[in-house]
Write a new protein. Structure first.
Lengths: 198, 289
């Protein structure tokens, strides 16, 4: 019982705090509440390397490896935007959620066990990749609605300030560090390539 | 009549019961499919939701809490919080015992201290997870040349949550903008028609595994007017045209694809991700005398 609670708290603590109050006054406010960062921390962030010589393989993977950028956007705004979009893109169920056992079997041990085994097998096969994909879909959707452009990046450079979530959730401290660097890029980078479709 | 209707208390509602609450939550929303039959009798004590779709598809709705709902929800949340505190007290004792053992035992890993639940960090399921209903994809009221869904629901204000059936977990959440409407007892609230958004629909670029474009522009909602025809079997029952209102953003608690309801003239528009409430704007621009 308690473990379930802890898991719930730790997984949604940062994504959902303060939602109701913010939305009472502004329907466009993030449902995950405001985010804050100290000026000293912003000043200490190091711009990730974005320059690379693109190979055909790099270009073929721009659907997965990219960064966002919007002109005339300050860091604070970009961090709020990235954090909001991360809120929609974290803890995804993927297209395969693990269906409940149909009602006639729900009360039997055999039925329940069969459902659990089937769900576990399906999850092991399909869930991680689909969850990674859905995270990209939601980040691109959200940042696209916010008017950010998307630029391709090599996988190596992308991995320096991004993360994927397939089998488990990104550790919170590491997540926040990555989001801050993504916000720095989104607000302060000088993209050289052509913007991709969102 | 009862045989003509299938009880469809949303499965999501049942599945969403807090696992850590001893108290059984109240039933905030009851919904029943009105089956496709030759003769249809509607209950004047209930509200009815009527919507046309191009084919069989699910739509999920969440209730906006009334003052009474809010009190019941707050009570439920308080009970769950109290239980979490009780569990924490037990976990803390266990932790202290295990820590003492680990400190005395060479090579033994120290346990992780449990997180204390507080008013600020305690998260509870949102009201919409406990108060919702789903229309479709099965049980169409009419299924020739398009589809019609008709559901009996608890009167109240509802948000169109998205095109999703919580049982399947596949679909799109209108988390970044949607609309609400009132469903009044003794009336059919006509939500109009969902149709393909051919003006905006685009295919994802070849090789793009993660394009969000389909989720963004697949369908559009065309509100009904008094001229919009309705199935003759229910035409004698009072009908109200849905008075849609822009609704704010919502958390993606189903963990599905996010999008927003396409702009509806006179109701909702967007400036980037800013939600523009066109009815509120019109009211401000033209104050009543």
């Amino acid at each position: 019982m308690y473990r379930r609670y802890v898991a719930l708290v730790s997984s949604v603590l940062l994504c959902c705090a303060g939602s109701a109050r913010a939305q009472e006054t502004d329907p466009s406010a993030s449902p995950f509440g405001p985010v804050e960062i100290k000026a000293e921390e912003v000043a200490s962030l190091q711009m990730p390397k974005l320059e690379f010589s693109a190979t055909p393989e790099d270009a073929g993977n721009y659907d997965k490896y990219y960064f966002f950028h919007r002109k005339d956007t300050d860091f604070k705004t970009a961090f709020a935007d990235i954090s909001e979009c991360d809120g929609y893109a974290r803890g995804l169920a993927s297209s395969f959620r693990g269906a409940d056992v149909p009602y006639p079997y729900a009360g039997t041990i055999a039925g329940a066990a069969g459902g659990v085994i089937a769900n576990a097998m399906m999850a092991a096969i399909f869930v991680p990749g689909e969850k990674r994909r859905m995270r990209r879909v939601n980040m691109r959707q959200c940042m696209g609605f916010k008017g950010y452009d998307r630029f391709g990046l090599s996988k190596d450079l992308w991995e320096q300030f991004n993360f994927e979530e397939g089998t488990g959730a990104e550790e919170e401290q590491s997540r926040q560090k990555a989001l801050k660097l993504q916000a720095l890029v989104a607000s302060s980078a000088t993209p050289s390539g052509k913007a991709l479709s969102i | 009549m009862k045989k003509l209707m299938i009880m469809s208390l949303a499965a999501a509602t049942l599945a969403a019961v807090p696992t850590f609450a001893k108290e059984k939550p109240p039933v905030f929303v009851e919904a029943k499919v009105v089956k496709d039959a030759k003769v249809v009798k509607l209950d004047p004590a209930k509200a009815y939701v009527y919507i046309r779709t191009p084919n069989a598809m699910p739509l999920h709705f969440t209730k906006i809490p009334s003052a009474e709902d809010q009190i019941a929800y707050d009570k439920l949340k308080a009970a769950a919080f109290a239980e979490a505190r009780e569990d924490y007290a037990k976990a803390l004792k266990r932790y202290e015992r295990d820590l003492e053992t680990a400190t005395k035992t060479k090579g033994m890993k120290k346990p992780t201290k449990p997180v204390e639940p507080t008013e600020s960090n305690f998260q509870f399921q949102q009201f919409g997870q406990l108060a919702n209903f789903t229309v479709g994809a099965f049980n169409r009221f009419h299924n020739k040349d398009g589809s019609v869904y008709l559901h009996e629901v608890t009167p109240g204000t509802y948000r169109i949550f998205g095109q999703v059936d919580p049982l399947l977990g596949m679909g799109v959440c209108y988390c970044m903008g949607s609309v609400t409407f009132n469903a009044e007892a003794g009336k059919i609230v006509d939500l109009g028609s969902i149709s393909f958004d051919s003006d905006h629909y685009k295919r994802a670029e070849k090789g793009d595994s993660s394009s969000p474009i389909v989720a963004a522009y697949a369908f559009t909602l065309l509100p009904a007017t008094t001229e919009t025809s309705i199935d003759p079997r229910v035409a004698s029952f009072p009908r109200m045209i849905a008075d849609f209102r822009a609704a704010g953003k919502a958390a993606n608690y189903m963990g599905i694809a996010v999008s927003r309801i396409p702009a509806i003239p006179g109701v909702i528009a967007y400036e980037r991700d800013w939600i523009v409430d066109l009815k509120a704007s019109a009211a401000t621009a033209s104050p009543t005398q």
